[in-house]
Design a protein around this ligand. Sequence first.
Ligand code: PBG
Length: 328
Amino acid sequence: MYPIRRNRRLRTSEAIRSLVRETIISPNDFLVPLFVVEGKGVKEEIASMPNYYRFSLDLLENEVKELWKLGLKSVLLFVKVPDNLKDNKGTEALNPNGLMQRAIKTVKSVCPDMLVMTDVALDPYSSFGHDGIVESGKIVNDDTVEVLAEMSLSHAEAGANFVAPSDMMDGRILAIRETLEDEGYTDTGIMSYSAKYASAFYGPFRDALDSAPADVKDIPKDKKTYQMDFANRFEAIRETEMDIDEGADIVMVKPGLCYLDIVRDIKNEIDTPIAVYQVSGEYAMLKAAAEKGWLDHDAVMMEQIIAIKRAGADIIASYFAKDVVKLL
Ligand code: PBG
């Protein structure tokens, strides 16, 4: 009872604040997304993601070495696929010598201990910019799942440690797990994008990979028939539990900041590691506000990262990973 208990006593100095601080960030918390392109000597800044780049394989080597030096030990790979290699079935995704497969080998060759995770979904390979195969105006589930399982196997064969299906088709985790087991990839893990919402915050990412849903007559221009409705909460728990039952080693909530209630719901419900993806739009918003001088970039960045971890994230996929770690 006041004044016996004055809550401000524990806030009087940085020393006491740091002693009682509940949430601590370290490089071990991060998964670093990386964008890869064809070519040599390419380091292109993404227009809607200031200070974030697409790398060709030769320059990816330097980037990976730098991450490792900073203590960042896990990457999540995405590829920008040339238009002429895109089709409805994502055929190029299965090319054993495709850009993703070469990127995995590149990272492993310069940094064998780096944990390599790969994005599994058809959108960067799809002429329609959808995560699955399109038939009669619909994104078909079961045929897509077959391709995703083959794609996962191809990534495992190239040396990926984890595959990260981001497509939201039903049943894909089980299909991927069974394929990996059948082929002897028993140690290849699955990080499932289990509660992934149909979000407008993915815009800059789709710029980065040129992967936005195409404006074609009679084909959905958004991903609402497979990604979750952002008005829903209980559904996130069902999605997550199903993915764990199907064999997911890590589950995910995406996007981050607007969805921290979901992160906490899931944290309270399950004991599987939870990743949170602080997505491209979240990154872009802060960069834009900081550029205008309206927000203190580093302070807001740290506050957001801590908030994500406090909500229950065990792993944070973030474009800020390098910036954060440099400040620690
Ligand atoms: C593709 C994929 C997306 C993101 C990760 N994997 C975009 C989408 O679903 O349209 C978004 C990441 C970000 O915005 O940073 N399946």
